[in-house]
Design a protein around this ligand. Structure first.
Ligand SMILES: Cc1cc2nc3c(=O)[nH]c(=O)nc-3n(C[C@H](O)[C@H](O)[C@H](O)COP(=O)(O)OP(=O)(O)OC[C@H]3O[C@@H](n4cnc5c(N)ncnc54)[C@H](O)[C@@H]3O)c2cc1C
Ligand code: HEM
Length: 398
């Protein structure tokens, strides 16, 4: 809990910190990387370039301050903290790195807000930072313990047992441990971080959802190549994996992590995806077909065309193994067999009073579907979603 003296200062300064939060985090990252260039290989440089990690960090700190002051709706921050802890654990973030981040973050508060940061203001925000840090460190320690991994020895070498072209610009890699290591337990919906050494010497991590359920003696990821445009470069890691990762090659992989997982129950499941957002849904479908074949499941997917629709055959196979299932598909390219033309119409997605919905795809798509389902009465706690980037849906303005 925040001390009474700090609470008063944080309440008084929260509006100015909130207004400058993104400027503070924009100052923070370059200054931390200048002092600790070794950290560059831990942070996704794509997210640095487009500013999304900046917004995610700023939003998390402000949301935590609001939570401490009792200004935020109850329970909201738990989801944010859980998401951050899982992401940190997938990357091997350690407790001893928190002082470094804290020092640079508070120095950036002082640099951006200038004279407004009196010693009392600095002390109050230091207290906020450390309350948040302690909470994350504790959550991460629990996750490391549960996974049986040490953050210092997190990355393991896996071998590509199979590489398969799935759809336009989309390849699956089936991974098995390089040595006699056991395959870790995971829950459908989870992801792994992979780290690649790029030709320019940089190491870069990225997350990929596991696209098959557990219990298959392997883990599979399915990667869509991110193509550049006139204004943006090709994606670093997806391009590297597509161009260079062949069968029998090895890959550094972290432990499965992620909190957007299939809830064990018997109630109806609605899986909604677009584009490469199908990957966690494919794992859930695979798992449901093998472990709960009588559970009611609807899979709804939108894609550009049948040629872009990855994992279609796997999902059809899993759906055929479910006794109460339905499949709804939309293609922007037009009607194809029993699909619908155009974009997904969330208004026709079937909802029952006890449906749990899982959502993954581009942010604007997820925002549309989510607001439609909430309007139709689905409680927010029964709508679980995965964002393929930093932050949660509420933090994305684009
Ligand atoms: C939990 C989670 C699960 C995921 N699951 C999957 C999955 O199953 N399958 C999958 O394919 N992806 C998945 N992703 C996305 C994946 O992690 C990567 O983000 C994706 O592969 C792109 O990485 P990249 O290195 O190729 O692109 P990056 O190099 O990171 O680039 C990303 C974007 O930023 C732009 N950019 C980069 N640098 C600049 C610059 N200087 N100026 C302007 N723009 C720039 C690029 O043009 C590109 O559009 C997941 C992400 C998360 C967080
Ligand atoms: C209180 C302290 C911290 C807060 C509030 C915080 C917050 C966040 C948030 C909000 C994200 C984005 C999560 C998501 O994907 O949605 C994130 C990711 C990340 N954090 Fe932290 N973090 C903290 C400490 C640290 C520390 C000590 C390190 C280690 C140097 C670290 C390294 C990372 C990395 C590498 C990522 C992934 C970045 C990316 O992929 O772009 N964080 N953190």
């Amino acid at each position: 809990m925040l001390s009474a003296a700090s609470a008063a200062v944080v309440r008084a300064t929260l509006p100015v910190v909130r207004a400058h939060a993104v400027d503070i985090t924009a100052h923070f990252y370059p200054s931390m990387f200048a002092a600790h260039p070794d950290l560059l290989h831990l942070f996704n440089q794509g997210n640095q370039a487009d500013g999304r990690q900046r917004v995610a960090l700023a939003s998390a700190v402000v949301a935590f301050a609001e939570h401490l002051l009792g200004d935020a709706p109850g329970g909201g921050f738990d989801m944010v903290a859980e998401r951050i802890a899982h992401k940190h654990v997938s990357l091997g973030i350690r407790a001893d790195q928190y002082p470094v981040v804290g020092r640079h973050l508070l120095a950036s508060v002082a640099a951006v807000l200038g004279d407004a940061v009196t010693p009392a203001v600095a002390a109050a925000w230091d207290e906020v930072y450390w309350l948040l840090a302690c909470r994350l460190i504790a959550a991460e320690a629990r996750l490391y313990q549960r996974a049986g991994v040490e953050p210092t020895a997190l990355w393991r070498r896996w071998r590509v047992a199979k590489r398969l072209d799935e759809a336009v610009d989309t390849v699956s890699f089936t991974l098995i441990p390089d040595r006699d290591d056991a395959i870790p337990d995971f829950t459908p919906g989870q992801y792994v971080s992979v780290a690649v050494d790029l030709p320019d010497g940089r190491r870069q991590p990225r997350q990929y959802s596991l696209s098959q359920g557990p219990g298959r003696g392997s883990m599979r990821i399915t990667v869509r190549r991110v193509r550049g445009t006139a204004a943006t470069p090709d994606g670093m890691v997806s391009t590297h994996l597509h161009n260079h990762l062949a069968e029998d090659d090895s890959l550094l992989v972290g432990p499965p992590a992620g909190e957007t997982t299939l809830v064990p129950a018997t109630s109806p499941v609605l899986l909604i995806s677009a584009g490469i957002g199908i990957t966690p849904m494919a794992a859930m479908l695979d798992h449901l077909a093998r472990t709960q074949p009588t559970r009611p499941v609807v899979a709804a997917h939108a894609d550009r065309s049948p040629a872009h629709h990855a994992l279609r055959a796997d999902c059809a196979h899993a759906l055929a193994g479910l006794t109460h299932s339905d499949c709804l598909t939309w293609y922007e390219s037009g009607q194809h067999n029993d699909s619908r033309p155009g974009r997904m119409d969330p208004g026709i997605l079937p909802l029952t009073p006890d449906t749990t919905a899982y959502l993954c795809g581009p942010v604007p798509f997820m925002r549309d579907v989510r607001s439609s389902l909430l309007r139709r009465g689905l409680p927010a706690e029964r709508l679980r979603y995965e964002v393929f980037g930093p932050g949660m849906l509420d933090q994305h303005t684009g």
